[in-house]
Design a protein around this ligand. Structure first.
Ligand SMILES: CC(C)(COP(=O)([O-])OP(=O)([O-])OC[C@H]1O[C@@H](n2cnc3c(N)ncnc32)[C@H](O)[C@@H]1OP(=O)([O-])[O-])[C@@H](O)C(=O)NCCC(=O)NCCSC(=O)C[C@@](C)(O)CC(=O)[O-]
Length: 338
């Protein structure tokens, strides 16, 4: 443990900042995978709670085909109904011109968001399943979407899925991840999030993949997006940080999965990332009224949304914190009854 901490602080010092930016993907990546429809009011409440808790980048939904991902229908209503907190970004996923035009047509009175995310993958098998096209076709589409979005003053973030393994074609070629990430940056994405979609990647594989991608894309433009299917997500987050990545995607309560990655579980839980970085050389950036992000508050939001979906939180930290609080409350009750 001491060895890990020492090596982490050495790695930290060799990069320009220890500030870590979180992108909360629960309301999008999390809820898109739910079996039942989640009411707009619940999505709105979730996003508002997360913003009040200090998270500054909250993915609010997707402008994708409801035939492909029915759970994201209603994103326009979500964007219309959330409270807009200053300095908070509410990106939405856009797969094609239709999605962008739908978003822009709703934004004639006031902009509904200042950011979109475009997405593709490192294998043709995955883009075929997720977008009904090849990687090359997706990049052609996304180049025009990105250009038009930038012209309209939107920031554009890019995603590359299946950066370690693909559920349809197996082990991914990291050179392909590097090439796709570079294309996204070249077309104007301010950042590329590297999606470990399947959640089976190991830390040494994440390290190798990042070293390959960094040959063409500055690490400042990379983000890590780790699913936790095999329980390696938090180790992969720490590996990404050691390799200079300073933006991590996470999901409150560990919500999520990907509809086109069968069996994949949720993203690394926001609570688990916050806990792992406490007392480390890294500092997570938050904003609400200058407060830092409070772990207990995020954990309670994780419980609240999980219970609204009829289950327990998937965050190990969330479960541990609640168990500890219950124990403390029982202790107090016992004391007062004596
Ligand atoms: C891209 C398409 C639309 C192509 O799907 P397609 O079937 O090839 O599209 P199409 O152009 O032939 O249109 C089919 C129908 O969809 C409509 N349509 C077409 N576009 C839109 C749109 N934007 N919004 C609403 N409707 C749309 C279109 O109008 C038409 O309607 P119809 O005439 O049949 O009534 C489809 O494949 C799609 O929506 N895919 C999205 C899949 C998705 O959202 N996946 C999850 C997000 S990615 C992810 O989770 C991974 C990530 C980012 O988290 C990172 C990681 O973990 O790896």
């Amino acid at each position: 443990m001491l060895g890990l901490r020492l090596s982490r602080s050495i790695h930290c010092r060799s990069y320009s900042t220890n500030l870590v930016r979180l992108v909360e993907v629960g309301p999008r990546d999390g809820l898109q995978n739910e079996k039942g429809a989640v009411p707009v009011s619940v999505k709105v409440e979730l996003i508002n709670r997360l913003a009040r808790a200090g998270l500054v980048n909250i993915e609010a939904g997707s402008f994708v085909s409801p035939k492909w991902v029915p759970q994201m229908a209603g994103t326009a209503d979500v964007l219309n109904q959330i409270e807009k907190y200053p300095n908070v970004h509410y990106p939405v996923l856009v797969p094609n011109q239709r999605g962008l035009q739908d978003l822009l047509s709703l934004s004639t009175v006031r902009p509904l968001t200042d950011e979109i995310a475009v997405f593709t993958a490192a294998t043709d098998a995955f883009t075929n399943a997720n977008l009904n096209c090849t990687i090359a076709e997706s990049l052609t589409r996304l180049a025009s979407v990105t250009r038009d979005a930038l012209d309209r003053g939107l920031r554009v973030r890019g995603y590359v899925s299946v950066v370690i393994a693909c559920p349809y074609s197996g082990k991914t070629d990291y050179k392909q991840v590097r090439a796709v990430a570079k294309e996204l940056v070249d077309m104007g994405c301010y950042q590329v999030s590297l999606g470990e979609t399947v959640g089976q990647g190991r830390p040494h594989e994440v390290a190798e993949m990042l070293e390959e991608v960094k040959k063409d894309v500055p690490v400042e433009k990379l983000a890590g997006h780790f699913h936790d299917t095999y329980g390696t997500a938090i180790a992969n987050v720490l590996t990404a940080l050691e390799h200079g990545v300073r933006t991590i995607d996470s999901s409150v309560g560990g919500l999520g999965g990907c509809p086109y990655s069968p069996g994949a579980t949720g993203n690394v839980a926001t609570e688990d990332v916050l806990y792992a970085l406490q007392t480390s050389p890294y500092q997570v950036v938050g904003s609400y009224q200058g407060k830092t992000i409070d772990l207990e508050t995020i954990s309670e939001i994780g419980w609240w949304i999980s219970e609204a979906l009829g289950r327990e939180t998937a965050s190990r930290v969330g479960r541990a914190l609640r168990a500890r609080r219950r124990l403390e409350e029982a202790g107090k009750k016992l004391q007062s009854s004596l």
